[in-house]
Design a protein around this ligand. Sequence first.
Ligand SMILES: C[S@@+](CC[C@H](N)C(=O)[O-])C[C@H]1O[C@@H](n2cnc3c(N)ncnc32)[C@H](O)[C@@H]1O
Length: 201
Amino acid sequence: MDKDAHIRKFDKQAKKYEKLQKKDPTARFRKRIIPDADGKTLEVAIGTGLNLPYYRNVTELTGIDFSSEMLNAASKITHSYPFEINLEQADVETIHFEKNSFDTIVSSLSFCSYENPVQILNRFQRWSKPDGKVLMLEHGKSTNRMLRGIQRGIDPLAYKMIGCHQQRDIIGFVDESQLEVLKVERALAGLIYFIWARPQK
Ligand SMILES: C[S@@+](CC[C@H](N)C(=O)[O-])C[C@H]1O[C@@H](n2cnc3c(N)ncnc32)[C@H](O)[C@@H]1O
């Protein structure tokens, strides 16, 4: 999909994601992994800031997203948190950060939409400090055969309508990248992936 069309798709969904700031059905998944972030943190594709309530030990957060509408919604709630938050409209596939910039890099529910997911993970490897961590909360290919069939069936339409692939092999991406997986957990028939990783030495 052409990049501008992709951005417009997410701009259009910003109101829906803004409503989730009040009641988020994915809160229990976020609570499982987001509190593990610490120090100087980068959150890619931050959307409307639904992870913000779960950061405990973050000292400074940079949040990027290519959708200005998502960021507008996020900017309305940043004042409620006791750490510095800088939001920037940027494409995670092209933005530049110095090597070894962050203690933690967080991604949630964003690897469904990237064109080159493995390249992005390799960017995380570069941006992470050598003892840093990468935390991922993603959705992708289920462990249940019937659900996988449904995911395969709806994938083309879902990508066209909401810019989001349904059956991505998230662990396969990480295994192919320069990150090292430390721990994986799954939920909801394997649809939800929690991945704790670090840059390879
Ligand atoms: C499904 S939403 C998830 C938002 C948020 N991470 C969350 O957990 O609620 C996907 C987000 O990824 C952003 N996004 C997708 N591709 C991107 C890219 N290449 N660069 C920056 N942001 C991107 C979209 O604008 C959208 O905010």
